[in-house]
Write a new protein. Structure first.
Length: 266
C-alpha cells in the first residue's frame, strides 16, 4: 500500500492531467504558435511534463507541431467547433435567459438576428401588462426604427449606419433625421445598448442589447419592450444593466470570452 501511495504522489491524477491538458490548449489558443520552452514557462510546468502533455494532444490532433514555430491549435478543434456550432440552437440557448428577464420585468421580450439588413424575430415572450405589441416570431422589422435592429449593428461603422438609414427611405414625420440618428448610434455603440423611442410603433418603447458569439462579433440581439407609460426615461435607464447582463449571459453560453470581435469599434 505504501508503494501505491508513493506512486500516486509522484504522478498527477487523471483529472489533474486533464486540466493541465486543457491549460495547454488555452495557452496555445491565446499565444498562437508557441515553442516548448515558452509554453512550459506560461504553464509553470517542467519541459518534460509540458512535452508529454503536448505530445498527447498532437496525437489526438488537438495540437499541431511545426519545426521552428512550435505548437498551434490542431484540425480536430475545427471539427469539434463545427459540430458544436451545429448543435447550438440560438433560441434554445437564449430561452432560459429570456424567461428570467420576462419573469422579473413583466414586459415583452424579443430575440432576433440580422437578416438581409432587417431584424428577424426568432422568439417572443409576450408581456403580462395586457399591452399589445404587434411583433411576431418570423417578422422582419426595420433596423432604423427598432431597438433590436439598432443593437444588431452597434459594431458597424458610420458609413454602414448611413447606408442602413438611407436604405429605408425618407423618415416619417417626427422621426429622427439622419444626423440625429447617427449621433444616437454613436452613443448607443459606446454604451452597448440601443433604444426605440416610439419610432417603430406608437406608444411602444424598448431597450435592446447585442448578443455576441465565440469570436466576439454580434450574432443576435435581445430587447425588452413595453408601453411608454411603463417605459419612461428613468425606467429605461434602470433596465439597461439588466438587459446587457442577460445579453452577456447568452453570449457566454455561446462561447464569448468577454471581448468584442476584431472588427468591432472600441
Amino acid at each position: 500500500m505504501a508503494d501505491d501511495e508513493g506512486a500516486a504522489t509522484k504522478s498527477p491524477s487523471g483529472s489533474q492531467t486533464l486540466f493541465r491538458g486543457l491549460d495547454v490548449l488555452d495557452v496555445v489558443a491565446d499565444a498562437g504558435a508557441i515553442g516548448l520552452p515558452a509554453l512550459a514557462a506560461r504553464l509553470g510546468l517542467t519541459r518534460s511534463t509540458t512535452h508529454r502533455l503536448a505530445t498527447a494532444l498532437v496525437e489526438r490532433r488537438l495540437l499541431t507541431q511545426t519545426p521552428r514555430e512550435g505548437y498551434s491549435l490542431g484540425p480536430k478543434l475545427l471539427e469539434l467547433g463545427y459540430l458544436a456550432s451545429q448543435q447550438m440552437d440560438l433560441p434554445r440557448i437564449a430561452r432560459p435567459h429570456l424567461e428570467k428577464l420576462w419573469e422579473e420585468l413583466e414586459d415583452t421580450v424579443h430575440l432576433g438576428v440580422l437578416d438581409d439588413d432587417r431584424a428577424l424575430y426568432l422568439d417572443k415572450l409576450t408581456g403580462r401588462r395586457r399591452i399589445n405589441i404587434s411583433s411576431r416570431v418570423g417578422d422582419r422589422q426595420p433596423i432604423r426604427s427598432t431597438g433590436l435592429g439598432k443593437a444588431l449593428v452597434l459594431d458597424d461603422d458610420e458609413s454602414r449606419w448611413r447606408a442602413l438609414y438611407r436604405k429605408e427611405g425618407p423618415a416619417a414625420a417626427g422621426a429622427p433625421n439622419e444626423e440625429q440618428w447617427i449621433a444616437w448610434m454613436h452613443d448607443y455603440s459606446q454604451r452597448g445598448v440601443a433604444f426605440d423611442l416610439e419610432e417603430n410603433e406608437d406608444r411602444i418603447r424598448c431597450v435592446a442589447a447585442p448578443v455576441r458569439g465565440a469570436g466576439g462579433q454580434v450574432v443576435a440581439a435581445i430587447s425588452v419592450s413595453g408601453a411608454a407609460q411603463y417605459m419612461d426615461d428613468e425606467r429605461m435607464g434602470v433596465l439597461v444593466d439588466d438587459i446587457r447582463s442577460a445579453a452577456d449571459a447568452i453570449s457566454r453560453d455561446l462561447g464569448w470570452n468577454g471581448k468584442r470581435g476584431s472588427g468591432a469599434k472600441t
